[in-house]
Design a protein around this ligand. Structure first.
Ligand SMILES: [Mg+2]
Length: 216
C-alpha cells in the first residue's frame, strides 16, 4: 500500500505569527521552519513507497486593503517555491504543493468583523479545495494516478480543519500541538472526533507516529 502524507504549511511547516506570508516586502525573512520539521520530513521520505505533499489554504489572497496589496496569486507562488527550495536545500523532499486561495462565507463574516474587506472573486462557499474538503488531496492522488482506497493517507496540521481533512479523505488526522492549538481548544475538539486521530507534540513526533504505523 502506498503511504501518502499531507501537511499543512503555515503553523505546521513554517512559523506562523499571523504573517499572511508574502504580504510584506521582507517576507523571505519571515520564513522559518518549526522544530522537528526538517528531520520529520526526512523521516517520512524514508518510508518505502511513500509521497509527501503540502496542502495549504491561503485566505490572504482573498483579502483586500493596502496590507494585502502585495499578496497576489503570483506572490503566493513565489512564497511556495521559496519554501520548497529551502526544504530541498536541507534534503527534505516534497513531492508537490497545492494551495487554495478561496474563502467561505463564514470567513468573510469574520473578516468584516475585523474591519477587513474581501475580494468577491475569491469567495467560494464550500469550494472543494477548501479544508476540510479534500479537493487538494484528490488532486495529488490524481497526479500520481492513485486511488484513495489503495493508499494509506495521513494529514498533519495545526488546526482542527487539517485533522478533519485527513479523516474526510479516509485517512488519519494528526494535530501538531502549538500554543495556538491549545488557545483555540483544538486539542479537546480533536479528542472528541470520531476516527483515526493523533495529537503530536511537534512535526517530528507526527513523523515518528506515521513511521511506526507503516512498520506495524
Ligand atoms: Mg496552519
Amino acid at each position: 500500500m502506498t503511504t501518502i502524507v499531507f501537511s499543512d504549511r503555515d503553523g505546521t511547516i513554517n512559523k506562523d505569527e499571523n504573517y499572511f506570508l508574502g504580504s510584506k516586502p521582507n517576507w523571505r525573512d519571515q520564513v522559518s521552519f518549526l522544530e522537528g520539521v526538517i528531520e520529520g520530513i526526512r523521516m517520512i521520505n524514508t518510508i518505502p513507497d511513500s509521497y509527501f505533499f503540502i496542502v495549504t489554504n491561503q485566505a490572504g489572497i482573498a483579502l483586500q486593503g493596502p496590507e494585502f496589496d502585495l499578496l497576489t496569486e503570483k506572490r503566493l507562488e513565489e512564497v511556495n517555491d521559496y519554501i520548497l527550495e529551502e526544504l530541498k536545500k536541507r534534503s527534505a523532499k516534497v513531492d508537490g504543493l497545492y494551495s487554495c486561495p478561496y474563502i467561505d462565507l463564514d470567513y468573510v463574516k469574520r473578516s468584516v468583523e475585523r474591519g477587513r474587506s474581501t475580494n468577491p472573486d475569491y469567495v467560494k462557499d464550500n469550494h472543494p479545495d477548501l479544508k476540510p474538503n479534500i479537493g487538494m488531496i484528490e488532486k495529488a492522488l490524481q497526479s500520481l494516478n492513485l486511488d484513495r482506497n489503495d493508499c494509506d493517507i495521513y494529514m498533519i496540521g495545526d488546526r482542527i480543519t487539517d485533522v478533519k481533512m485527513g479523516l474526510n479523505a479516509g485517512g488519519t488526522g494528526i494535530l501538531v500541538e502549538s500554543s495556538k492549538t491549545r488557545e483555540r481548544g483544538d486539542v479537546e475538539k480533536v479528542q472528541s472526533l470520531q476516527g483515526k486521530t493523533y495529537i503530536a507534540r511537534n512535526f517530528l513526533d507526527a513523523a515518528e507516529f506515521i513511521l511506526k504505523n507503516t512498520n506495524s
